[in-house]
Design a protein around this ligand. Sequence first.
Ligand SMILES: Cc1cc2nc3c(=O)[nH]c(=O)nc-3n(C[C@H](O)[C@H](O)[C@H](O)COP(=O)(O)OP(=O)(O)OC[C@H]3O[C@@H](n4cnc5c(N)ncnc54)[C@H](O)[C@@H]3O)c2cc1C
Length: 498
Amino acid sequence: MNAPSQEPPITAERQRAIVAELRTVLPPHCLLSSEEDTRPYECDGLTAFRQLPLAVALPENEEQVVAVLKACRKLQVPIVPRGAGTGLSGGAMPVAEGIVLSTAKMSRIVAIDAHARTATVQPGVRNLAISEAAASHQLYYAPDPSSQIACTIGGNIAENAGGVHCLKYGLTLHNVLRVRMVTADGDVVELGSTAPDAAGLDLLAVFIGSEGMLGVVTEATVKLTPKPSLARVVMASFDDVVRGADAVADVISAGMIPAGLEMMDRTSARMVEPFVCAGYDTDAAAILLCESDGLPEEVEEEISRMRAVLERSGATAIAVSRDEAERMRFWSGRKNAFPAAGRISPDYYCMDGTIPRRKLAEVLTGIEALAQQYQLRCANVFHAGDGNLHPLILFDANQPGEFERAEKFGEAILSLCVAAGGTITGEHGVGVEKLDSMCEQFTVEEIAAFIAVKRAFDPAQQLNPNKAIPTLDRCAQYGKRKVDGGRFRFAQYARHYG
Ligand SMILES: Cc1cc2nc3c(=O)[nH]c(=O)nc-3n(C[C@H](O)[C@H](O)[C@H](O)COP(=O)(O)OP(=O)(O)OC[C@H]3O[C@@H](n4cnc5c(N)ncnc54)[C@H](O)[C@@H]3O)c2cc1C
């Protein structure tokens, strides 16, 4: 978690000029500029970092988005796109000299095409609202971040969001067919297509996960998936985290792809059980939730296979949901883990890294050792099937030094992920939070390639500047700081920067 660099002070005159220009392209109810009105936009879900924007534009349609971007281009004003602000890496945090462009007023479902199994939606549509709109056709939108009640499809596209069901049904990237977006110049561009294939370079894949730095999504067409006729979940307890972690790999290597495969450690189960009363085994060192969906016969067969594998892997107790209400109850704790953290700790810091599944046990053991080292509690509740970890570091910001320790602990977890052959983010993006970790993950040459892509879309660096991609200077500084056992750990940076 690294604070962005200090920006030069903004003069009131500059702010007035920007607001005046925006007033010429937006109706009064679509522009906020008083401190009282812009304060709610000062941060996203990573609340440790805050910055008031100069103004907040709330366009109601694509034409207004174009007009805002053109006005900002004219005055060279940075723009931070924003959906629901549930991001956890500071991606939607404003920049001091810029404005926020919120898609809150663009929340219309444009069309549900049951025949093509697609939904075309505006960017501010909530993730869950797509499934709700498609429910009458027995269809739903599969990627289901735990924040799905609030987060928007625009934010999901920018972060390539994942969720419990992404192991079987794919991430946002695999479920978005087409994106309409506005470039920093104010040009409208369509990426992808509603046809099964699109000609030309696959810029849609480049765009998804680009954290609001390449364009502003104004419309998206997403795939809808038939609702399975039955879903059941197996809940298995383990008396040892390593055995639980190894069971995850055992399930997958037995040839099954569960509809969800999630893990909670004891701290997490004890944290959520009083909150949701799901019936979790709070004595277990780890709990696995393993879901099967499909036709009833398929589900019955797969559930008994899952059961057999989990028993062989050392499960100490197994329960299978008997009906839909019980299935939802089993999942309720997993879905509410983050809010439940607030019950046992004044503050928490949610990390996000991904590792190869076979390394789960090793990395979880490493996190436990780091918790001892940093003298902080850590709850692990995560998308185990995807190898996507979400360690929740529990701390109290009012205790001197705890926030700094939590930061260092988090950075050390990401280093563990990289060392295990994984990545520093799974689904929460880089934002402002993981800029230094990007320097650890990628070589200077790779980062230079990312910068070149950013420049190709946004030469003036106006869209969400200083997010997601570190500058080469920053990496050089980071490399210099990371002296490891007297050996310069990032020798490649020395080549460029001495
Ligand atoms: C309790 C909780 C649980 C969560 N669980 C999950 C989870 O299971 N899986 C997961 O992946 N994430 C999860 N998240 C993180 C977050 O919800 C996702 O990253 C989500 O995709 C963010 O959507 P948003 O609408 O809130 O976007 P914001 O936070 O507003 O923005 C996120 C990024 O998207 C950009 N952006 C937003 N709208 C647009 C647009 N129209 N055009 C271009 N760029 C845009 C912003 O600039 C920013 O960089 C969770 C967060 C919370 C608080």
